[in-house]
Design a protein around this ligand. Structure first.
Ligand SMILES: CC(C)=CCC/C(C)=C/CC/C(C)=C/CC/C(C)=C/CC/C(C)=C/CC/C(C)=C/CC/C(C)=C/COP(=O)(O)OP(=O)(O)O
Ligand SMILES: O=P(O)(O)OC[C@@H](O)CO
Ligand SMILES: [Mg+2]
Length: 228
């Protein structure tokens, strides 16, 4: 099985964005620990299936980060299920999950599914708007969400999400100090090996997304920055 506790680097591909075969090959053969398929805009079964089958030509583990019930597709190595702990709406914390388990509960393979406790911190990102996230948090608020993830809900992943914006590495450092078992994922605004190294020195795993589509060489350099 896949051991996410060893993962240092993940590329996140958006099914709603174009990527050439050449760039996709570079991403999949970059040495990254996994390719995660996910996004927040126009995610459909068709575009998820299309990008999954292209990634499947390579050996890299392929994960679906579920963002809508209608875009769930079989055939991934793992399914990551976000629950937005700092959302103002129960919809994004448990309600959609309840609906999905009602629909798929009989055929679900639970050991392929990992729940991510999300804490969204960039107030301007789409995911923050969509989920009505409370982004004006103190470090104590954030650490409390991290501790709840680990000790109350026993989640495998706590995800600090700054999608589109490079975050505060002090927040990542402090959050890491509150966790023992649960793995800390950091994602948002990483565009260089220096930034990858900075966040990777505190987070267990860094997630690199948007830069894939604007500067493939810089995206590729983030892998070596956090892996030996
Ligand atoms: C048939 C089959 C294969 C069955 C498999 C069983 C299975 C996987 C069942 C699913 C079970 C389950 C519990 C599903 C949950 C359903 C669900 C819809 C939950 C809600 C998820 C959620 C909270 C979504 C909110 C948005 C969010 C946090 C998305 C995560 C990704 C993210 C933050 C993207 C960032 O978006 P981006 O586009 O990059 O944003 P920017 O433009 O700002 O950069
Ligand atoms: O796209 P970027 O800003 O790299 O963020 C990565 C990821 O955390 C988005 O969900
Ligand atoms: Mg994005």
């Amino acid at each position: 099985m896949y051991d996410i506790t060893e993962w240092r680097h993940v590329f996140k591909l958006d099914p709603n964005k174009e990527i050439s075969d050449e760039h996709l090959e570079l991403i999949c053969e970059s040495g990254t620990n996994a390719v995660m398929i996910g996004g927040s805009d126009n995610i459909t079964q068709d575009n998820v299936l299309a990008i999954m089958s292209r990634v499947r030509r390579y050996l890299v583990p392929c994960v679906l980060e579920v963002s809508t019930i209608d875009s769930i597709v079989p055939g991934f190595d793992l399914y990551f299920i976000p629950t937005v702990l700092n959302s103002r709406k129960t919809e994004w914390i448990v309600d959609l999950h309840h609906e999905a388990v009602k629909e798929y509960g009989d055929i679900m393979s639970w050991d392929e599914m990992l729940v991510e406790g999300y804490c969204i911190l960039n107030e301007d990102c789409k995911a923050a708007t969509l989920t009505e996230a409370k982004t004006d948090l103190t470090i104590d608020d954030i650490k409390a969400y991290a501790r709840m993830s680990e000790n109350m809900f026993k989640l495998p992943i706590f995800y600090l999400e700054y999608s589109g914006k490079f975050g505060d590495s002090e927040v990542v450092k402090e959050t890491k100090s509150a966790l023992n078992q649960t793995k800390l994922f950091y994602g948002g605004g990483i565009t260089s090996p220096e930034q990858a190294r900075e966040m990777g020195s505190y987070a267990d795993t860094i997630v690199v997304g948007n830069i894939i589509y604007t500067d493939i060489n810089s995206a590729l350099q983030t892998v070596k920055a956090v892996k030996n």
